[in-house]
Design a protein around this ligand. Structure first.
Ligand SMILES: [Zn+2]
Length: 226
């Protein structure tokens, strides 16, 4: 077991902290994480998003209905809470009435940062989350992370969700346009490259191969050009 960075939870030789910067986005982000995945998620990006975004935090649990931190945030009049979740009635940054509904409040963006299976578990036990106003994107985005096994290709990672949300809110002039959210993508791209490098080194026998019989781990991958 290699030594891990206590901040980003990556192995020390893959520590991504130096690629992060504290982005003051004008949005408060809350990442809800399943306890099973809090430390183990190999390809999770919630942790990196938390490190990169100034006003953000991670809450760990399955049933959040009595989570005191979440309850206090949700009852704080300073915030306009939204669950980042696709829904035909969801808000988006440019939807008619959104800026009026928001007023001078700060968006409290709640994201479920879990694999599809664990997200479902969280929503089953915390169904009140689905009663919150929902928010989604105006644009259609695809993840640049192609080997995360998501049921739908259009699923974007947590860190990309934060990035596109900030971009769309900036575009709608609902948050400051001074802030540059690009470091979110920079650290995400580095994470992808590190992951590919590590997999390739496993295939080449330079690292212990944890999945020798798995076809996915026998083919070298080309390094993306970003
Ligand atoms: Zn680190």
């Amino acid at each position: 077991m290699s030594v891990r960075c206590q901040k980003c939870f990556r192995p020390m030789d893959f520590c991504l902290c130096k690629y992060t910067s504290e982005i003051d986005s004008g949005v408060k982000f809350v990442f809800l994480t399943h306890p099973k995945e809090y430390r183990k998620q190999r390809t999770g990006t919630g942790r990196l998003a938390k490190i990169s975004l100034k006003d953000s935090e991670i809450l760990v649990g399955v049933d959040f209905s009595e989570n005191s931190r979440l309850c206090s945030l949700l009852s704080d009049e300073a915030y306009f809470p939204v669950l980042l979740y696709p829904d035909e009635n969801a808000w988006n940054a440019k939807k008619e009435g959104f800026s009026e509904a928001l007023g001078s409040k700060k968006i409290l963006a709640i994201l479920i940062d879990a694999t599809w299976f664990c997200s479902r578990k969280i929503l089953e036990h915390s169904s009140f989350l689905l009663d919150l106003p929902k928010m989604t994107f105006l644009g259609v985005y695809r993840s640049i992370f192609t080997f995360k096994k998501e049921p739908r290709p259009e699923c974007v990672s947590t860190i990309e969700t934060c990035y596109y949300l900030i971009r769309e809110l900036q575009d709608a002039k609902l948050v400051s346009q001074e802030t540059n959210p690009e470091p979110l993508m920079t650290v995400f791209k580095q994470m992808i490259k590190d992951q590919i490098r590590a997999e390739n080194e496993r295939i080449a026998g330079l690292r212990p191969n944890t999945h020798p019989n798995d076809w996915k781990y026998t083919k070298m991958r080309e390094m993306p050009k970003f």
